[in-house]
Structures are given as structure tokens and as C-alpha cells.
Design a protein. Structure first.
Length: 644
């Protein structure tokens, strides 16, 4: 009966959130950048590249009332080259008291500002495995990064400890290999804390062993995980467990929520009722939840947003947008992690867009369009900025977690790919990306996503990725529409751009034509040159025009105008591109047919004559000015052309 009630609540309360249309991406981004106001001096540590971590046993002892941690980290690793030293990332306020290699004490080790350097007893040969045990303790650095936080919650000021390591903070609370090239195959986490507290970490709780006034809680996580996604939280949590959606009865994992007691209420549980529904939606749209052998869930913490720790997202509250965003990361960011911080949009752009898809799925098109409008307005609040980061930008936490570029522009670029490719191709390409054994539970860079989309699209997307991912700015369109012959209209698409890095964006352009009463026709024209004209069939006289009615393109200040002057034969026939070095084409309204076309030099010498063809090869023409005379069934028109 309890399970049935949960299912009813899930379906009953989804409508409660239908009024929400504007994404809370700013708050999420602010949380995930963790208010680091300075550039972080953190790049891949070259001293940690000579080994591969395969397993961690992490044993932590904490008391939420005290800003202090002691721990023992046992690491199994494989040498990737002959090694004489072993280096871990570790901040200097944490003091190492002992080191063992293969259970034998090592006395030659040292610490600098950000490293623990262990001198191995003998040279370790490439390809061999070893186990190192590091015992340490101390008060983690308070450097404005807040990777390890001891604070309080509620009116009773109950102590709480939580961690938040993305992107560079894991070294502030445990010795690790902190970069984006080595996921740990599996971990076991043991958290010892005062008996009255509940401990949280990745994976499935295996046991909670009481020893006097202390309790040691063991979690096991058996999927590959990067160091920055390993987490810990300890306080007097209430534990609220949910079952997956009734729509997926074969799923056996549980949704485990760790909630502050003062927050736990029927209204919060009603908010959490969204979780199984969104899990089911994402699993249907892409693939089964990537950690379905373990758990999903949330742990409440004190930061102003959320963090996608594998199998347990840390959350300030349980707003639907936040639930959807952090959950989406389990696929995009956790299962497949960005290979460099320059590719962070593969984490955050996807999570932002999936939260927007939740709006589309549960609230409908009007709410979805409003959400996209909000993102476009933020993106175009500045004229420049690329989705992909430079090397310098990748050392700035503020730039990595840019609300405008990484989150919103990344999300809208995905929307434009979906619009350009169509739903079937786009979603199949994403499914293939997630299923790629070379990427799954590993790392990906932007070109990996491009490759999978191109494979299904069966065409190159290089220009799109160059313009929208690697370069800057957006197009500003000027659309004009003119009724020509009855049942025909001509659309002219002109474009300027906001940034010089892209002189022209080739894009399908959505336009809505309206007529008397409620007559409407949506058309998409594939705009590949500036000033391009399109003659289309419209079963009514066009009385109005709207650019991008569903907000599928990043653009600002674009205009769409109906030209009401009478149809002019001379203006209705256009040559493009002009100038040209190779091919020349003519654009004609429907009902006008070419009878002949003749090319002349400036001296009047005939160069070429054709009959009904509409495209000509002029590559053999001499460079300079030439003339073209086109005879049609409606009259003759002369053109001046320039051969480049």
C-alpha cells in the first residue's frame, strides 16, 4: 500500500510545477563554480601521469562540530612507466603521518604546497601493480574554495560537514590524483562519525557498525569515478527512500534521499515525487540510468544550488529544475566526463538542456519556448564568447562555470543541433555517444560528440561546430517576405553577425507566415549565403511574418518584415552568388521559366549560351566583369556579374 501511495503522489504532483518556465541555471552555475573569485593555479599535474589508479579504500574520521579530518587512503595503482617516486595531489595543511607501500612502512616522503611525494624503496617497473597506504590529518585549507565545509543548519544550529570538490578541490581533503585523465575503477568509503549522525557517500551503503559513541558507515561504489565526484556528508539526516516509477517496474535500485529534519515535510516529499518520473523520462529518452545497480538520491547541503556527485546529488533544495539538472549529470558528466575543462560544456550544456527538456515534456511547448527565450536573452547579453574554452580560460573557475556560455549557450547549441538534424537523428546520435565503449564511464572531448552525430546524420558538421562551439557570436537576421504570383511568396534572408570570428552562420532558418484569420504556415529555409532568396508555395496571401517562433536559434534583434509593394518582375529574379569564382545560379519564382541565357564580355562578345538550365559553371571565364542576359516566359532581364 505504501508503494501504491508513492506512485499516486508522483503522477498527481507533476502538474504542480507547470507554471515554472524560466530556468534557474544562474543559481545552479553559481553553486557549481563554488564562488571562486580568482583564477585557480591548477592544471594537470605532470608528476601524477606515470600511474593509473584502479581502486581506493577511503577511511575518514570526522565530527561535524569540528573543522578537522583524519583519514587513511589505501590506493591500488599500476605503473605506466618505470617509477622511482609516487606523487599525489594534497594541500599542505593536511599533514601525512605515515606511508606504507605493499604494507611496508616507507620513511622517505615529503610534502610541498600541493603535493605528497613518496620515494619508492626500489624502482617500480612499468606495468606492475602496488598498494600504497597514506595516513594523514589536519584542518583542510580555507581558501575560498570550500571543498570541505563544516557549518550548521536549522534553528537548532545542528553541525554538518559536506564536501564539494569540482573542479579542483579534492586535494583539499584527501590525497588523490586530481585531473581529468584517470577514473578510479571502484571505491570503498568508510566514514566514522559520532553515533547520532548519518553519513552519506557514493554508491550503496553496505553496513553501519557501532563502536561505543562512534559509528562507521561503509559505502561501496563499483563504477569508474573521477576524484572530484567522490563525496562525503555527515549530519542528523532523515532518510526518505523512494521506489522507481511505476512505468519501469523492472528497475530494482532505490532512490535514497538524505534530508535535514527541519526540512522534511509532506511538501518536500511531494517535490521529491518528481524524481522517479524524471529518471524514467531520461531513461526512455537516452538509456537506462547509468548506475542502476546501486542507487540514486539526494543529500541536502548548505550551498546555494547542487552538485552531481555520482549516485547522490548534493542539493540545497528539491526544486524540479535543480533535480533535473543534477540528475542529468549522471549521464552527462558522471558516466561520460569531459576530458578537459575546455570541454566542460559536455557536462553543463547537456545538463542544462535536459532540464529544459523536462519543461518541454511535462509542461508543454509554451513553457519550453519561454525557457529557451530566457537562455537566448542571457547568451546575447554580450556579443562574444565561445562555448569551448581557451587554455587560459580553462584555469579560471568563473569562466569554466560561465552561466552565459558553458550552461546556456551550450544548451542552446544542443537545441540547434536537434533543430538542424531532426529529433530522430539527434537523439540516436546521443544514444550512440553514451553507448560508445571508448567513452562510457570514461572521458570525452567535443570531437567525440561531433563524430557520433555525423555518423547518424551522414554528413559533416565541421562548419557548425566551428561556428557555434569554437568561435564566437551569433547572427542577426533581416527577413523580408513578399507575395509574388498567386499561391507564391518570396523570402529573402540577410544576416549580420555580432562577432568578427564568424562572418556568416549557415543555418536552417525557421519562419512563420500568417494569413487572414488563423491561417498559418511554418517554413524552414536552409540559408547558406547572405541575401539568399527562396520562392515557396503558400496556399494563402501572406499578411504577417515572424522569425523563429519557437526560439530554436541563438539570435538577437532579428527582424521579419512583410513587403507589401506590388510584385516586380525585375526584382523577382536574382543571381547568386555574385561575385563568384566557380558556379553561378539563378533564383526564379514559381511559374517563371527560362527560355535562354547568354553570357557576354564587357566588349559584347558571346562567351556561353544555354537554354533551360539554372546553374552555370563560370570557372573558365576570365576574372572581371561580364554580363548575363536571361530570357524567360515573362520577359528578359540583364545582369552584371563579377568573376573572381
Amino acid at each position: 500500500m505504501k508503494n501504491t501511495i508513492l506512485y499516486i503522489l508522483c503522477f498527481s504532483f507533476i502538474g504542480t510545477f507547470a507554471q515554472k518556465t524560466v530556468s534557474e541555471t544562474s543559481r545552479i552555475a553559481t553553486s557549481e563554480m563554488k564562488s571562486a573569485e580568482r583564477k585557480m593555479n591548477m592544471v594537470v599535474n605532470p608528476n601524477t601521469q606515470n600511474y593509473d589508479v584502479t581502486y581506493h579504500k577511503l577511511e575518514f574520521t570526522v565530527d561535524p562540530a569540528n573543522y578537522f579530518i583524519s583519514g587513511k587512503i589505501t590506493t591500488t595503482y599500476t605503473a605506466l612507466a618505470n617509477m622511482t617516486t609516487l606523487t599525489f595531489d594534497l594541500s599542505s595543511p593536511l599533514v601525512v603521518s605515515s606511508v606504507k607501500i605493499n604494507n611496508v612502512a616507507v620513511f622517505s616522503f615529503s610534502q610541498n604546497t600541493s603535493e605528497l611525494v613518496i620515494t619508492l624503496p626500489t624502482t617500480q617497473i612499468s606495468g606492475t601493480q602496488a598498494i600504497v597506504e597514506v595516513t594523514y590529518s589536519g584542518a583542510p585549507p580555507q581558501n575560498g574554495f570550500f571543498a570541505f565545509t563544516s557549518t550548521t543548519h536549522g534553528t537548532a544550529a545542528t553541525p554538518v560537514i559536506y564536501t564539494l570538490s569540482e573542479p579542483f578541490g579534492a586535494r583539499d581533503w584527501w590525497p588523490c590524483k586530481q585531473d581529468l585523465n584517470d577514473k578510479i575503477n571502484s571505491i570503498d568509503v568508510y566514514i566514522t562519525a559520532p553515533l547520532r549522525y548519518v553519513s552519506v557517500s557514493n554508491g550503496v551503503e553496505q553496513a553501519a557498525v557501532i563502536n561505543g559513541t562512534q559509528k562507521t558507515t561503509h559505502f561501496s561504489h563499483n563504477y569508474p569515478i573521477p576524484a572530484y565526484l567522490i563525496c562525503m556528508a555527515v549530519t542528523n539526516y532523515d532518510v526518505y527512500t523512494q521506489l522507481p516509477s511505476a512505468a519501469t517496474p523492472t528497475v530494482t535500485y532505490r532512490i535514497v534521499n538524505y534530508i535535514y529534519p527541519e526540512t522534511n515535510s509532506p511538501s518536500v516529499q511531494n517535490q521529491l515525487a518528481q524524481t522517479p518520473l524524471i529518471l524514467d523520462y531520461f531513461s526512455t529518452l537516452f538509456e537506462t540510468y547509468p548506475y542502476s545497480n546501486e542507487k540514486y538520491g539526494h543529500a541536502q547541503f548548505g550551498w546555494g544550488g547542487g552538485m552531481e556527485h555520482t549516485t547522490v546529488s548534493f542539493m540545497v533544495n528539491f526544486d524540479r529544475d535543480l533535480i533535473a539538472h543534477e540528475m542529468a549529470h549522471q549521464w552527462f558528466g558522471d558516466k561520460i566526463t569531459c576530458g578537459t575543462w575546455k570541454d566542460i560544456w559536455l557536462n553543463e550544456g547537456f545538463a542544462t538542456y535536459l532540464a529544459s527538456l523536462v519543461i518541454e515534456h511535462f509542461d508543454g511547448q509554451t513553457a519550453f519556448i519561454a525557457d529557451k527565450t530566457s537562455m537566448i536573452n542571457e547568451i546575447t547579453s554580450s556579443t562574444g564568447g565561445a562555448v569551448y574554452l581557451t587554455d587560459t580560460e580553462a584555469t579560471s573557475v568563473n569562466r569554466i562555470f560561465s552561466w552565459r556560455l558553458t550552461y546556456n549557450k551550450g544548451a542552446m547549441v544542443l537545441n540547434m543541433l536537434r533543430f538542424k538534424l531532426g529529433d530522430a537523428i539527434f537523439f540516436q546520435g546521443i544514444k550512440n555517444y553514451l553507448a560508445d565503449v571508448n567513452l562510457a564511464y570514461k572521458y570525452a572531448i567535443t570531437s567525440d560528440l561531433q563524430t557520433h552525430l555525423e555518423a547518424v546524420y551522414e554528413s559533416r558538421l565541421t562548419e557548425f561546430f566551428n561556428d557555434w562551439i569554437y568561435k564566437q557570436g551569433y547572427p542577426i537576421y533581416n527577413i523580408t517576405v513578399q507575395n509574388t504570383t498567386p499561391g507564391q511568396a518570396r523570402i529573402t534572408v540577410s544576416q549580420t553577425t555580432s562577432h568578427t570570428s564568424v562572418p556568416f552562420f549557415k543555418m536552417p532558418v525557421p519562419i512563420r507566415l500568417t494569413g487572414a484569420g488563423t491561417l498559418t504556415q511554418d517554413v524552414v529555409v536552409n540559408n547558406i549565403v547572405n541575401g539568399e532568396q527562396f520562392n515557396i508555395t503558400v496556399p494563402f496571401a501572406v499578411t504577417g511574418v515572424q522569425f523563429d517562433p519557437k526560439k530554436d536559434i541563438i539570435s538577437k534583434s532579428s527582424t521579419a518584415t512583410l513587403v507589401t509593394s506590388d510584385f516586380n518582375f525585375d526584382q523577382s529574379i536574382q543571381i547568386y552568388p555574385n561575385p563568384s569564382s566557380n558556379a553561378l545560379s539563378i533564383d526564379l519564382p514559381e511559374g517563371i521559366e527560362i527560355e535562354s541565357a547568354t553570357f557576354y564580355t564587357v566588349l559584347g562578345q558571346k562567351i556561353m549560351e544555354t537554354t533551360s538550365q539554372r546553374t552555370w559553371d563560370i570557372s573558365s571565364f576570365a576574372s572581371g566583369i561580364h554580363f548575363l542576359s536571361v530570357k524567360t516566359n515573362k520577359g528578359t532581364k540583364q545582369f552584371k556579374i563579377i568573376k573572381e
